[in-house]
Design a protein around this ligand. Structure first.
Ligand SMILES: Nc1ncnc2c1ncn2[C@@H]1O[C@H](COP(=O)(O)OP(=O)(O)OP(=O)(O)O)[C@@H](O)[C@H]1O
Length: 525
């Protein structure tokens, strides 16, 4: 048979089938048609050894976007699209990648799991008529279809599907654009003055690699974060909410904010920067907490400045008020009451950290920063609430080496021993070190940066010595003054004792004379 004849036969066979199908659709009653379809399907399944699972794009009563579909899309995008011949390019909201490539409709790819080959196809159907639809944007019903041999049923349904869903979700987290949230008073009229989260894209470049800190301390923090982020089962087992508190303390410019950014980048979490002073009361605080999502870091910076939280200070203030003349001042009284009723309190904040609501969402890190750790109420920072206390200290030589690598691209230099000695003798914050290392012009080389730093360190050392000398002088003067005062007091006391004695003696003598007179004269003079 010639190819031309073959083509003609094939065409007429297809035409014949189409006519039969059209007649079947038109003349066979729907109930009977359903039966025929069901039995044909059963027959096909009996002879076909392959099983198929369908994952629709929209599921549930309200046809919500299916998480499984998105996870499969992500998984296939990373693992299987290399084998696809036709790809679809989409830009997806909240993704860090400008374009996402996925399999085009009716395209097929294969994947291998534990030596078993499976087939994925991307399909769509378009419903014939729909008077109304829940479907957003399109009426097409897309779905992924997974096909595998029935002898691997258990492996695929129990392990493979779970594997792709977990992997797909992890890929989504990795690729998503992270956000930095801040709470601001709303300008919405019906929620006037209530604070709400608003966000921008989180793009801070700090990493643990660029963070200046002793390597062992840095590694310890990274290990702690890894243990936490992988600890879902562990937290479940011990019956504790999946969250961890960090207290970062140290002088300004030692890298507390930089550390938070490095942590967020390391964990791939969003950041919620909570400004407590704009939060009206504990109820609002709780509302803000509930609105935060999992995989996030909630930060309260400079917590010592969020007044009314430091229980001790508050107590002291109250005592002063109660003892002072404010006690009877109605204005002060009202102000105090208002403050009491409308501000976030220490107990509200403690509730925020480990109350029953704090467990919702899970996988959250809470960070407090302060420049004055001694001013905080011990209840706020006790272990269990703030699980790890991290001191951000002045720049050490080890930490400096990280900055030298970041700013000057150097690992070694003949000036480093001088710098090392100066770091042992004086204190400088990493922020100041960084500022000195930063090239001031395009033609400034690494050595100039190092020399600038040496100069600055020497100046800092001199200043420290001068301050120390002045401090010592002041302390000495105070001591002398005190001694003088004590000496003066002693002299005065001596004099006073002497005059008392005299008075007493005189008094006794005079008294004695008077008594004698009374005795002699029979009356007092
Ligand atoms: N440990 C560090 N590693 C790398 N860079 C640092 C470090 N500390 C400070 N810096 C640099 O100094 C700048 C200021 O530091 P940062 O804001 O993190 O300090 P801070 O301790 O949070 O200060 P503050 O208490 O005033 O908020 C940063 O932008 C960064 O460039």
């Amino acid at each position: 048979m010639s190819p031309g004849e073959m083509f003609t036969h094939f065409g007429s066979a297809i035409g014949g089938l189409a006519v039969i199908w059209a007649m079947f659709q038109q003349y066979i009653p729907p109930q009977l048609r359903e039966h025929v379809e069901r039995y044909t399907h059963k027959l096909v399944s009996f002879v076909n050894p392959y099983i198929q699972i369908v994952f629709p794009e929209f599921a549930g009563e309200k046809l919500k976007s299916s998480e499984a579909y998105t996870a499969i899309q992500n998984y296939l995008m990373e693992n299987a699209t290399a084998g696809a011949k036709r790809l679809r390019a989409d830009s997806i909201k909240d993704s860090s990648q400008p374009l996402i490539l996925s399999m085009d409709d009716h395209e097929e790819v294969t994947d291998v799991f534990k030596g078993v080959k499976v087939r994925w196809s991307s399909n769509k159907t378009t419903p014939k008529s729909m008077s109304f639809s829940f479907y957003p944007k399109t009426e097409d019903r897309r779905f992924y279809q997974l096909t595998f041999h029935r002898q691997h049923r258990e492996l695929i349904t129990q392990s493979y599907v779970k594997h792709i869903l977990t992997e797909g979700k992890a890929i989504a987290v990795k690729n998503r654009q992270r956000k930095l949230y801040t709470n601001n008073p709303s300008d919405d009229w019906h929620s006037y003055k209530q604070t709400k989260w608003s966000h921008v894209v989180f793009e801070h470049p700090a990493t643990f690699e660029t963070l200046a800190m002793e390597p062992t301390k840095k590694q310890e923090i990274m290990n702690d974060l890894i243990k936490f982020s992988k600890g879902k089962e562990y937290y479940n087992k011990i019956g504790k909410a999946w969250k961890r508190g960090y207290l970062l303390y140290g002088p300004p410019g030692t890298g507390k904010s930089t550390m938070i950014a490095a942590m967020a980048n390391f964990l791939n979490y969003d950041v919620y920067d909570l400004e407590l002073t704009t939060v009206k009361d504990n109820t609002e605080l709780r509302k803000l907490l509930i609105e935060t999502s999992g995989k996030s870091i909630i930060v309260i910076e400079d917590i010592d400045c969020s007044l009314d939280l430091t229980g001790q200070r508050k107590k002291k203030e109250e005592e002063e008020d109660d003892n002072g003349k404010e006690k009877d001042n109605p204005m002060k009284k009202m102000e105090k009451e208002e403050k009491k009723g409308s501000k976030v309190t220490l107990s509200g904040l403690l509730n925020f950290i480990d109350g029953i609501w704090s467990a919702c969402g899970g996988e959250r890190v809470i960070i407090f920063t302060t420049n004055h750790v001694d001013k905080l109420d011990p209840a706020l920072i006790r272990r269990g609430r703030m699980d790890k206390h991290i001191e951000m200290s002045y720049c050490s030589f080890e930490a400096f080496k990280v900055l030298a690598r970041n700013y000057l691209d150097i690992e070694d230099h003949p000036l480093l021993p001088t710098i090392s000695r100066l770091f042992d003798e004086t204190k400088m914050t990493p922020a100041d070190v960084a500022e000195n290392l930063m090239p001031k012009s395009d033609n400034e080389d690494a050595e100039t940066g190092l020399r600038n730093l040496i100069e600055a360190l020497k100046e800092a050392k001199e200043l420290e010595e001068r301050n120390k000398a002045e401090e010592e002088k002041r302390a000495k003067a105070e001591k002398e003054e005190q001694e003088k005062k004590e000496h003066g007091d002693e002299e005065e006391a001596k004099e006073s004792r002497a005059s008392d004695k005299e008075v007493k003696e005189n008094g006794v003598i005079n008294g004695g004379v008077a008594a004698q007179e009374v005795k002699e004269n029979g009356f007092a003079a």
